[in-house]
Design a binder for this molecule. Structure first.
Ligand SMILES: Nc1c(C(=O)O)ncn1[C@@H]1O[C@H](COP(=O)(O)O)[C@@H](O)[C@H]1O
Length: 158
């Protein structure tokens, strides 16, 4: 049963959103990936957000670009934590996506990662899951230690 739902406004977002799925695979987190759009498929978005919790989903990662309403609208329909990924847009470089996702009104929070940084969304989802699932906390500690060692072992030629 998937613990994380990765959704995105369009299949054109997949190149970015794949980063979240890759991280979840690395941490062996069961997850699902779907295209759901607040604009183009509002009924599906409503159903997805309403049913996610009862299907066993514990965290939703939602990516969208431009007028990126999907993460906020999903957050308004569920009490699950929603992590928003601003997808880089062609015309405004993702500033539009970022502001659409991050500027939520009080009461409906969306945890927003940097433009295009779906990998961090995956990692944040693992951190949230680790509160309840001990195995992910252990993997996160190993991950942080490896990152620390990589930095300490950096050799620069100059
Ligand atoms: N922002 C949204 C929503 C939404 O927020 O519901 N649905 C689609 N889109 C975005 O439109 C962009 C262009 O989509 P197309 O490439 O399909 O034209 C995508 O980045 C998508 O996330």
């Amino acid at each position: 049963m998937p613990l994380v739902g990765i959704i995105m406004g369009s299949k054109s977002d997949w190149e970015t959103m794949k980063g979240a799925s890759d991280v979840l695979k690395e941490f062996q987190v069961d997850h699902e990936v779907k295209v759901v759009s607040a604009h183009r498929t509002p009924d599906l978005m409503f159903q997805y957000a309403k049913e996610a919790s009862s299907r066993g989903i514990e965290v939703i990662i939602a990516g969208a670009g431009g007028a990126a309403h999907l993460p906020g609208m999903v957050a308004s329909l569920t009490t699950l934590p929603v992590i928003g990924v601003p997808v880089q847009s062609r015309t405004l470089n993702g500033i539009d996506s970022l502001l659409s996702i991050v500027q939520m009104p009080y009461g409906v929070p969306v945890a927003t990662v940097a433009i295009g940084n779906a990998r961090n969304a995956g990692l944040l989802a693992v951190r949230i899951l680790s509160i309840k699932h001990e195995e992910f906390r252990i993997k996160l500690e190993k991950f942080s230690e490896e990152m620390r060692r990589d930095v300490l072992n950096s050799v620069l030629e100059g």
